[in-house]
Write a protein that binds this ligand. Structure first.
Ligand code: F6P
Length: 478
């Protein structure tokens, strides 16, 4: 049977019921006490894969919680669903498509079939096309209408044709090749357009019209505005091909816009827009960091794909993070999830994850059209630390809601400045520790007495100083 046609009400599964009972028993669980009584808790609830370390010890979990969550995943046939995706089954039921961004990261020689055709030769042919283009650009062989070397690339695209490439080209800025600057134009807002082009010269600018469908209003309006600006600056229709290229699965529409067929890099309808940075939509990334770094990035993602497919669920980073999401969303009533990168280069990761998670899970019916009975996903929000500590962390620590948080932090910095990185790192760890430990009434009172306050003031202020603690977080160390 096709996997997507199996209507599954997870709330009726035996392990869902077992988890509901277990949740009751966990009402009195204290992370503080669990750490105090188990010196191995960190070792028990942390793991390494693909150069990443996940510390999930500061969660409202015991060994039994994990066991039940893993059993739930097995009962819900998660393993079959993962295989169905990687093997190219039609798991996108509404559009009747496979979901194969993972094929974009597979090495030469691998085979993946869509409608009986091995798609891997096409994948590597487009990668070769990207290689040729990026090499010409970096060698100064791609020139504008006045024969000047291209110095600026503007990616015109929105949603997945913007957020992923922007995040990654900024995250990998330390690897940027000198000479080519990448810019992003997404919204249909004249101010965004004007502010950007005021910094550019048409002679040395290359526009990439990046749109899977080539029918997105914002992107088409910006592409038209860019063409009008290029012509007004002195460019000609005849030389337009030197300044406009496209990435799209709609080659006909890109040609109708005036882009030469050889300047349209194809993508396929089996790549979801929000997962497209691994396809030719990632061209601005490759233009920024170079094609060999781009290929290394694909290998890194491939390594994680292998881990995701082969690691047992209890030792599988993506599966564990997803199961913890189910635990808090469906059993603890959490409605949002904070993503807190302690890294300047990853400052936009929240926006990208917002699209990945909220666009994917923003549904109220199952694959077969029947209404859902469990939650589908949280509100994803957050931002870079330490900035958030002086803004919204207050609500994480002392607010009335339970908001699970994911901290992301690199062990070292590309830009050591005095002892800044130690401070950044220490802040990240101490935030997760403070969320977990909180501050008891006794501790709050002792702190106030330590300041020499009269007892009446101690009693008045103490309730405001109490921090409930027992608030869950993960820490992903890079
Ligand atoms: O509006 C949703 C959406 O289709 C996203 O899924 C997609 O990433 C974005 O718009 C841009 O689409 P396109 O690449 O086709 O212009």
């Amino acid at each position: 049977m096709d996997h997507h046609l199996t209507p599954l009400d997870v709330t009726q599964l035996a392990n869902w019921k077992a988890l509901t009972e277990h949740r009751e028993a966990m009402s009195t669980f204290s992370m503080r006490a669990a750490f105090a009584s188990d010196s191995q808790r960190f070792q028990r609830f942390s793991l390494y894969a693909c150069g990443l370390m996940l510390d999930f010890s500061k969660n409202l979990i015991t060994e039994q919680t994990l066991e039940l969550l893993v059993k739930l995943a097995e009962e819900a046939q998660l393993g079959d669903a993962i295989s169905a995706m990687f093997n190219g089954q039609v798991i996108n039921a509404s559009e009747q498509r496979p979901v194969l961004h993972t094929a974009l990261r597979r090495p030469v020689g691998d085979k993946v079939f869509v409608a009986g055709k091995n798609i891997m030769p096409d994948v590597h042919q487009v990668l070769q096309q990207m290689t040729d283009l990026v090499t010409r650009l970096h060698n100064g062989l791609w020139r504008g209408y006045s024969e000047k070397v291209i110095t600026d690339v503007v990616n015109i695209g929105i949603g997945g044709s913007f957020l992923g490439p922007q995040l990654v080209s900024e995250a990998l800025l330390p690897f940027a090749q000198k000479g080519v600057r990448c810019h992003y134009l997404a919204n249909v807002d004249g101010s965004e357009f004007r502010e950007l082009v005021s910094k550019l010269s048409a002679e040395t600018t290359l526009f990439i019209v990046s749109s899977k469908s080539f029918s997105t209003l914002e992107t088409l309006k910006n592409a038209q505005a860019a063409r009008a600006w290029y012509l007004a600056q002195g460019g000609s229709e005849a030389e337009l091909h030197r300044h406009f290229i496209a990435v799209s699965s709609n080659v006909a529409a890109a040609k109708a816009f005036g882009i030469r067929e050889e300047n349209v890099l194809p993508m396929w309808d089996w790549v979801g827009g929000r997962y497209s940075l691994w396809s030719a939509i990632g061209l601005p990334i490759a233009m920024s960091i170079g094609i060999s770094n781009f290929k290394e990035m694909l290998s890194g993602a491939y390594a994680m794909d292998q881990h995701f497919q082969s690691a047992p669920f209890a030792r599988n980073i993506p599966v564990l993070l997803a199961l913890l999401g189910v635990w808090y969303g469906d059993f603890w009533g959490a409605r949002s999830q904070a993503i807190l990168p302690y890294d300047y280069y990853l400052r936009n990761i929240t926006d990208h994850l917002q699209q990945l998670d909220m666009e994917s899970n923003g549904k109220s019916v199952r694959q077969d059209g029947s209404p859902i009975t469990a939650g589908t996903g949280p509100v994803i929000w957050g931002g870079v630390g330490c900035n958030g500590q002086h803004a919204y962390h207050q609500l994480l620590h002392q607010g009335s809601q339970l908001i699970p948080a994911d901290f992301i932090v690199p062990v070292s910095s590309y830009n050591p400045v005095a002892d800044h990185h130690q401070w950044l790192y220490a802040n990240c760890l101490s935030q997760s520790q403070a969320l977990m430990l909180g501050k008891t009434r006794d501790e709050a009172e002792a702190e106030l007495r330590g300041k020499g306050l009269p007892e009446s003031e101690v009693q008045r202020l103490a309730p405001h100083k109490v921090v409930p603690g027992n608030r869950p977080s993960n820490t992903l160390v890079l």
